[in-house]
Write a protein that binds this ligand. Structure first.
Ligand code: ADP
Ligand code: MG
Length: 246
């Protein structure tokens, strides 16, 4: 039997009187690349925000590696091994690429060991270089983040998310606003990262993820419409109806 790294049980999120997420129960398999898809307004980002600890569900429960994580704070999610990159870029524009990643690595270290007098700076810089190389930005360390192309900034942001060595990496629309070439590069990066850890991404362009994901979860009007392999989803009449004309 496949192991579930993250389990969501009856997740509901209400904003005032509006239900953005309704009773969603779903499991994410370890070391599997899963995409959450659905048309705009389907509740994808809301679901993403709930499972990444950005805000608590109105009701329902979540388990990560068998432990109940419902109601934990965002930083506790990160400490447990869940990292996310946002739909909006989250980098320090006036710092270099290397400094951005170094700050993330340093934040991770200080969180784990507040009493160590001073981290070995060379060690931190080596780690930052390794993360830049991992996301395809090797050699770009000295460049200011603000001077980088949009696609490079998104890759940088992922390098920062990887600084806490997550076992689960959550990405919300990683290709938003990207050119076709940037999109291709990002998809390759995601596949590469997914070989080593569990990756869940939110994407509204279904075609983009069909070729690279092992599992898909389809949301519609805040509800779970379907889940399964790309072939299951392709053959699903309800999904076709929802995506018709897109
Ligand atoms: P998606 O990411 O699939 O496009 P969202 O999760 O962003 O969808 O939004 C789902 C629905 O919830 C939308 O109708 C949106 O207007 C609503 N919504 C999202 N966030 C909030 C919020 N903070 N307050 C009120 N309504 C929200
Ligand atoms: Mg969204």
């Amino acid at each position: 039997m496949t192991e579930l790294i993250l389990e969501a049980e009856g997740l509901t999120k209400r904003f005032g009187g509006f239900t953005a997420l309704k009773d969603v129960s779903v499991g994410f398999e370890r070391n599997c690349l899963t995409a959450i898809i659905g048309p705009n307004g389907a509740g994808k980002s809301t679901f993403f925000n709930v499972i990444s600890g950005a805000f608590p569900p109105t009701s329902g429960r979540m388990r990560f590696e068998g432990r109940d994580i419902t109601g934990l704070k965002q930083h506790e999610f990160a400490r447990m091994g869940i990292a996310k990159s946002f739909q909006i870029t989250n980098i320090f524009p006036h710092l270099s690429a290397l400094e951005n990643v170094r700050v993330a690595v340093q934040a991770m270290h200080s969180r784990f060991d507040l009493w160590r007098p001073r981290e070995n700076l060379t060690g931190l810089i080596d780690q930052a270089h390794a993360l830049l190389a991992l996301v395809g930005l090797g050699g770009h360390g000295p460049r200011l983040a603000r001077d980088m192309a949009h696609g490079e900034q998104r890759a940088l942001e992922i390098a920062m998310a990887l600084a806490c060595e997550p076992r689960l990496l959550l990405l919300d629309e990683p290709t938003a606003g990207m050119s076709p070439e940037e999109t291709k590069g990002m998809m390759e990066l995601i596949q590469r990262l997914a070989g080593e850890r569990t990756v869940v991404l939110v994407e509204h362009k279904m075609k983009l993820v069909m070729g690279i994901c092992q599992r898909l979860i389809v949301l519609h009007h805040g509800e779970l419409l379907a889940q399964g392999t790309p072939d299951d989803i392709r053959a699903n009449d309800e999904v076709r109806r929802v995506y018709l004309g897109q």
